[in-house]
Design a protein around this ligand. Structure first.
Ligand SMILES: Nc1ncnc2c1ncn2[C@@H]1O[C@H](COP(=O)(O)OP(=O)(O)OP(=O)(O)O)[C@@H](O)[C@H]1O
Ligand SMILES: [Mg+2]
Length: 248
C-alpha cells in the first residue's frame, strides 16, 4: 500500500505516511434475524503524528471502528493496514506484539484490576512484553510521576477518584511508549475540570512527543482540538473536517 500511497499522495501531508489505513471496512455483528451491519465500508487514513476525532451519534459505529483500527477485533470484510502492511498478512502472534508495543488504549470503562495496586495496573503492558521487574517498577513510577500519581502508586486501584482512575489508564497506555494512542470517550465520565486536565495530558503528548491520537468523543471542545474530525452515521463516515491550526 505504501507505493500507491506515495505515488498518489505527495499532497498536503507531504513527508507523512499513514500509520493506519483502512479500505472498505465492513463489520457485521450477528446473523440472520439479529444481523446488524455496524460498519458499511469505511475507508480512511491516519497519518503518523496526527490527531483524529471520531464523532457521531450513539450506535453509529465509532467504537466498532476504533476496535478494528486498534487490532482488537477483526473486520467482516475490507482491509486494515498498519505502516502499509495489510494486517491479515501478519500472524496473530505478531499482531499481538505490534498491538502491545505500538498502541496504547484508554477506554471509558476503566478496566483496572481492583485487586492490584496503581503501579501493578500501570505496568501490565510491560509484564506482557516480558520486561524485568526492576525495570517495570522504574518505568511505571516514571510515568505515574508524570501524571502526578506517584503518591498513589501503592493504593488499590479502587481507592481512587474517577479522574485519578482515568489518569492511571493513561499511565498504563503510555508505559510502553506507544506511537498511537486510542482513546474511547476518555473524558466521558469526568467533570469539566478533570476532563480539561485529561485533555491537556493527551494533547501534550501529541504535541511534545508526536504521538498519534485517535479519540472517540461526544465532547465538541475535545473534537475541535484535533487536527481532523470524522463524523460517523449509520456505519459510514459521512463528513470530514480539517481544523486549521488545531493545536491548543
Ligand atoms: N457485539 C455486538 N453484537 C451485536 N451488535 C453490536 C455489538 N457491538 C456493537 N453492536 C451494534 O453495533 C452498532 C455500533 O456500535 P458501537 O459500539 O460501534 O457504537 P458507538 O458509535 O460507539 O456508540 P456509543 O456512542 O453509544 O458508544 C450499535 O448499533 C450496536 O448495537
Ligand atoms: Mg462507543
Amino acid at each position: 500500500m505504501h507505493t500507491v500511497q506515495q505515488a498518489a499522495g505527495a499532497h498536503a501531508s507531504a513527508g507523512r505516511e499513514p500509520v493506519l489505513e483502512t479500505e472498505n471496512l465492513v463489520k457485521v455483528y450477528g446473523r440472520g434475524e439479529s444481523r446488524f451491519d455496524a460498519l458499511k465500508g469505511v475507508t480512511l487514513q491516519i497519518q503518523a503524528g496526527e490527531s483524529v476525532a471520531i464523532v457521531g451519534k450513539s450506535g453509529s459505529g465509532k467504537s466498532t471502528l476504533m476496535h478494528l483500527l486498534a487490532l482488537l477485533d477483526r473486520p467482516s470484510a475490507g482491509v486494515v493496514a498498519m505502516d502499509g502492511r495489510p494486517v491479515q498478512d501478519v500472524s496473530p502472534a505478531e499482531v499481538a506484539r505490534l498491538r502491545n508495543e505500538t498502541f496504547g488504549f484508554v477506554f471509558q470503562q476503566f478496566f483496572l484490576n481492583p485487586a492490584q495496586t496503581v503501579l501493578e495496573n500501570t505496568v501490565l503492558p510491560l509484564k506482557i512484553s516480558g520486561v524485568p521487574r526492576a525495570e517495570r517498577r522504574e518505568r511505571g513510577m516514571a510515568v505515574l510521576e508524570r501524571l502526578e500519581l506517584a503518591d498513589k502508586a501503592g493504593n488499590k486501584a479502587t481507592d481512587l477518584s474517577g479522574g485519578q482512575k482515568q489518569r492511571v489508564c493513561i499511565a498504563r497506555a503510555l508505559v510502553n511508549r506507544p506511537t498511537v494512542l486510542f482513546a474511547d470517550e476518555p473524558t466521558g465520565n469526568l467533570d469539566s475540570a478533570t476532563s480539561a486536565a485529561v485533555e491537556d495530558i493527551l494533547f501534550g503528548l501529541h504535541r511534545d512527543e508526536g504521538i498519534t491520537l485517535v479519540v472517540v468523543t461526544h465532547d465538541d471542545d475535545l473534537a475541535a482540538r484535533c487536527d481532523r474530525r470524522l463524523v460517523m452515521q449509520d456505519g459510514m463516515i459521512v463528513d470530514e473536517t480539517t481544523t486549521a491550526g488545531a493545536q491548543a
